[in-house]
Design a protein around this ligand. Structure first.
Ligand code: MN
Length: 488
């Protein structure tokens, strides 16, 4: 993972004299240092800006520096906003306006006009906010005391979204074979996606992968199988199937690393020259942060990689998922999510088991090895990026994952069970109204607010289905958004 940082740019002006500016400078430095200890990425204090040129210069550098994933601005004092116009107009990195204040309390005895002139974020941040609104510049606004833990969480989450944006702009996706025949929702405009989200999506022949598999050595397979044995319980005697998956993983990883790809897709319809659909292989690659999408679904693959990068320590509990079947018993309404094989073990409640079973779909000559486990309980989200023709729409739904309510002993794949918000059937109506796919990214780690921030950074339509959503309100929202996004 690249090391990212964020820059702290504080607004002021010359009006107050050098003593006041020295205090602002010292406090800004202190705040950046203290915040760096509690935020997921360092906050580097750059400048207390007093002129148009200082702001333009710091923005130019921020745009140019790969390690700078975004800027955070704040006005300790008043900072006339005309001098911010050129810099903010040119800014290409995510922007958070932090409306905070150095002191928590108004000091009853101490307060006089000097104090007022030094501590005037309440009006400085309003002037700063106006120019953001006037420029129609996408930004996140967080208001609150800078030592408050809730504020740290909100800024931290925005930072992770910004890292997701930086990751997206660098992302390359390796496609083995095309999309599954006749499927609509996994299609999309790759040129538009590269323009908007930065993804370079290209195809490699399955034959090239088979050739690469032919070069994998027994020693390389031994080493990877030892890793599997350390991480998972082996619940099969079919070691040949496990070794075959290891060979597939090593070959795919080599090809992706050579090309700098962090996501891949394949399809059961195109496995020419392979004995098994990669199951365990894809699962273990996902566990290492690679995105995956089945049936050629490169969009969900890329989103899986991005949500992983946005998660805890740059590889969170996020996975390619598919809505499979419902339990519609009153009071126990749940979705059962799984895939043919490929569910990321980052979702697992317990140590996954390696099993081998027959797979009826596709051209599998041999029974593929796969990881089988139950997903964790807890609040989570599912996300789906769809191509609406001319634009992309990101749909996010809040869900409550539960421990699967039955053991399902004959189900040979990893499984996650959840209730969609606001309730299963209304949630399904909303999801279908918005056009959400059967493939999603399920995440325990990335929140809807983080994806809203990410969508704003990527200039992409965002739809959020929550406990308060009704199909009627959603239908109206989608009609309005359709008009807005046609005009944009
Ligand atoms: Mn699928």
């Amino acid at each position: 993972m690249r090391k990212y940082e964020f820059w702290f740019v504080v607004g002021s002006q010359f009006l107050y004299g050098p003593e006041t500016l020295a205090i602002v400078d010292a406090r800004a430095k202190e705040m950046a240092e203290e915040l760096s200890k509690v935020l997921p990425y360092p906050l580097v204090y750059k400048v207390t800006a007093k002129t148009n040129k200082e702001i333009k210069d710091v923005v130019k550098e921020a745009n140019f520096r790969d390690e700078c994933a975004g800027i955070i601005t704040w006005c300790h004092t008043f900072s006339p906003s005309k001098m911010w116009i050129d810099g903010l107009r040119d800014l290409q990195k995510p922007w958070l306006h932090f409306a905070t204040q150095y002191n928590k309390e108004i000091p009853n005895d101490e307060i006089d006009m000097d104090f007022m002139n030094l501590n005037q974020a309440a009006h400085g941040d309003r002037e700063h906010g106006f120019i953001g609104a006037r420029l129609r510049k996408p930004r996140k606004i967080v208001a609150g005391y800078w030592k408050d833990e809730k504020i740290h969480k909100r800024i931290g989450d925005w930072m992770k979204a910004a890292v997701g944006a930086a990751f997206s702009k660098d992302l390359k996706v390796m496609r083995f074979g095309d999309n599954m025949r006749e499927v609509a929702v996994t299609e999309g405009d790759k040129v538009e996606t590269q323009i908007k989200l930065g993804w370079q999506v290209n195809t490699w022949a399955v034959g090239d992968l088979v050739k690469e598999m032919g070069k994998v050595t027994e020693a390389e397979i031994d080493a990877l199988v030892a890793e599997y044995e350390a991480a998972y319980d082996i619940a099969t005697d079919n070691t040949a199937a496990i070794r075959y998956q290891a060979k597939e993983e090593i070959a795919m990883k080599k090809m992706m690393d050579r090309e700098g790809c962090m996501a891949f897709s394949n399809t059961f319809q195109d496995l020419y020259g392979m004995e098994q659909l990669p199951g365990l292989a894809s699962q273990h690659l996902m566990a290492q942060g690679y995105g995956y999408g089945g049936e050629g679904d490169w969009k969900v693959s890329a989103m899986t990689a991005i949500l992983k990068a946005m998660g805890e320590n740059g590889n969170g509990a996020s996975a390619f998922m598919e809505d499979y079947t419902y339990h519609l018993v009153e009071g126990q309404e749940y979705s059962l999510g799984a895939h043919m094989l490929e569910v990321c073990p980052s979702l697992a409640a317990d140590k996954p088991r390696i099993e081998t079973h027959h797979l009826g779909i596709g051209m599998n000559e041999k029974d593929p090895a796969r990881l089988v486990f139950e997903g964790k309980a807890g609040p989570a989200i599912v996300a789906s990026l769809i191509d609406m023709g001319g634009r992309l729409r990101l749909i996010v739904q809040d869900i409550e994952a539960v421990k699967p309510i039955m053991p399902m002993p004959n189900l040979p794949v990893a499984r996650v069970m959840w209730r969609a918000m606001p309730d299963l059937t209304t949630g399904v109506e909303c999801w279908i109204t918005a056009g959400g796919a059967h493939h999603t990214v399920l995440s325990y780690d990335v929140s809807a607010e983080m994806l809203r921030d990410w969508a704003r950074m990527m200039d992409t339509e965002f739809v959020h289905i929550t406990k308060d959503t009704t199909p009627e309100k959603l239908e109206e929202e989608l009609l309005v958004k359709d008009l807005i996004w046609k005009l944009k």
